[in-house]
Design a protein around this ligand. Structure first.
Ligand code: AMP
Length: 215
């Protein structure tokens, strides 16, 4: 199963990817997670990427394409993968096509999660992560312990720097300008399947699994 999860920040790509990892045993390839790890490690690539990420802009195509090219060659991708947050531009999608053709692989489906803009802002501003165990929370929809700590391990919760409202608006504008054209791109390739991302997490997951059964 080789799939792309497409959709704006906050559409639920990461949440759905984790559920698909459990179901199909194939890896989630999140360029955002990989870039945040590079930023944490203060690698040269991470230091360069940080400027773009803090502003809510896109990291240059050649950087992310390089990361994904290497990642897709690892053994755990042999039976498939879930791309989450990549591609985000038409040149990235073109580059992915070449990488996959070099590896003798084809995409099975591109799942596009659609969510209203104001709901995205609400989802992203309330998002928190435990700095100790990595568990995700939402202040309104999946609140932490009463004292504001992680209900799983008691760790301190942090907010992603780019989940501040001004940066979120920029990320959504960038999505519309640079990533939304990929909906047409994959529609023309006959791969696009839209799922209403305003539904519950479980209902969205069921809709995705139903699509993948026919793919
Ligand atoms: P995400 O966790 O997917 O929301 O990504 C967080 C940030 O990482 C984005 O706002 C971008 O700055 C950067 N990023 C992640 N994936 C890509 C990509 N495919 N192309 C360019 N920048 C990316």
């Amino acid at each position: 199963m080789k799939i792309i999860l497409l959709g704006p920040p906050g559409a639920g790509k990461g949440t759905q990817a984790v559920m698909l990892v459990e179901k199909f045993g194939i890896p989630q390839i999140s360029t955002g997670d990989m870039l945040r790890a590079a930023v944490r490690d203060k690698s040269p690539m991470g230091l360069k990427a940080k400027e773009y990420m803090d502003a809510g802009g896109l990291v240059p195509d050649e950087v992310v394409v390089g990361i994904v090219r290497e990642r897709l060659q690892l053994d755990d991708c042999a039976n498939g993968f879930i791309l989450d947050g990549f591609p985000r531009t038409v040149p990235q999608a073109d580059a992915l096509k070449l990488v996959l053709s070099d590896l003798g692989k084809d995409l099975d489906a591109v799942i596009s999660l659609t969510v209203d803009t104001e709901a995205l802002v609400e989802r992203l501003t309330g998002r928190r992560t435990c700095s100790a165990c990595g568990k995700g929370f939402h202040l309104s929809f999946d609140p932490p312990a009463e004292d504001g700590s992680c209900s799983a391990c008691g760790g301190e919760l942090t907010q992603r720097a780019d989940d501040q409202e001004a940066t979120i608006r920029n990320r959504l504008d960038v999505y519309l300008a640079q990533t939304a054209p990929l909906e047409d791109y994959y529609q023309r390739a006959g791969l696009l399947k839209a799922v209403d991302g305003m539904q519950s997490m479980q209902t969205v997951q069921e809709a995705i699994q139903a699509i993948l059964q026919d793919a």
